[in-house]
Design a protein. Structure first.
Length: 286
């Protein structure tokens, strides 16, 4: 599920990045999402904690708009080097003649950083995603603008709301509230399980259950219009009698317009196309 945290700018000595990577520098506490960057009080800085920092990804790219390359790094802090889980993540941005910016994020698995202009300000924003772990397969997703070296969190689109109703003959009717469109899923391939659990009796509904529509299991940047600006493509999993019972997926496409995300299209499908499940690529078209 997407979450946001305050970011802040702090001047650091030249050795600060090395301290961050060695785990000597860490940040604690949390704060709500914001639309204007405001430096936090010193009380939001926690005492140094033990742990091992790792440089996950780095790239030289102008994200501040001064025409000079910035060094943007994604750093993770681990308490257990044998674990694939990062307890905390940080974005570090260092520009020529500018104060270093350090943005704390929540921890996760398989963190990845990308760059694209989502908000149409002619500069790339920083996009970070990581897996939260667990059987739900959720992700944490962040977008930050560093224009003029001021970190600003860009809110993520809310997951779609879907109403589901079981119908006779092993059908599930689903309606996306945001669009008003309805879709029907055929679950006849698992009728034995649904009969065994008492949901159906010879194709007739006996005890309908609640169909769960999860938060985003995928929210990735794609340039659908090939205009140099990125949209966000989302996937939400639909489950039935158990978490492992995947009935289908809710897919969505979002585009930034006048300061907020606008839904361009949405659908319910029983399978995902290859472009939905692979890593972000400039070649995405659908």
């Amino acid at each position: 599920m997407s979450r946001f945290r305050n970011s802040f700018t702090i001047p650091l000595r030249a050795a600060a990045m090395g301290m961050l990577l060695s785990g000597a520098l860490s940040f604690g506490g949390s704060a709500e999402a914001f639309t204007q960057a405001v430096p936090p009080p010193s009380s939001q800085l926690a005492p140094p904690q033990s742990g091992q920092g790792q440089l996950i990804q780095t790239r030289e790219i102008d994200v501040t708009g001064d025409g000079k390359l910035d060094m943007v790094s994604l750093v993770g802090l681990k308490s257990d080097l044998n674990s694939p889980y990062y307890d905390k993540l940080f974005i570090s941005v260092t520009g020529q003649g500018q104060a270093q910016v350090v943005i704390p994020l929540e921890g996760g698995y398989n963190p990845k950083m990308d760059f694209c202009d989502f908000i149409h300000d002619k500069l790339p924003q920083i996009y970070v995603t990581s897996d939260t772990g667990g059987s739900g397969g959720f992700t944490s997703n962040y977008i930050y603008s560093l224009k003029n070296n001021v970190p600003t969190a860009i809110p993520m689109p809310e997951p779609l709301h879907v109403k589901a109703t079981f119908k006779n003959n092993y059908k599930v009717k689903m309606k996306i509230e945001e669009t008003g469109k309805s879709f029907t899923l055929d679950i006849a391939d698992r009728k034995e399980a649904y009969e065994q659990f008492g949901i159906y009796n010879q194709g007739k509904i006996v005890k309908p259950i609640i169909v769960n529509v999860d938060a985003y299991s995928l929210l990735k940047p794609v340039d659908v219009d090939r205009d140099g600006y990125c949209e966000l493509k989302g996937v939400q999993r639909i489950t039935g009698i158990a978490n492992a019972d995947t009935l289908g997926y809710v897919t969505s496409l979002w585009k930034w317009h006048k300061g907020q995300w606008k839904l361009k299209k949405a659908a319910v499908t029983q399978t995902l196309t290859t472009s939905m499940v692979r890593a972000p690529s400039p070649e995405d078209e659908d």
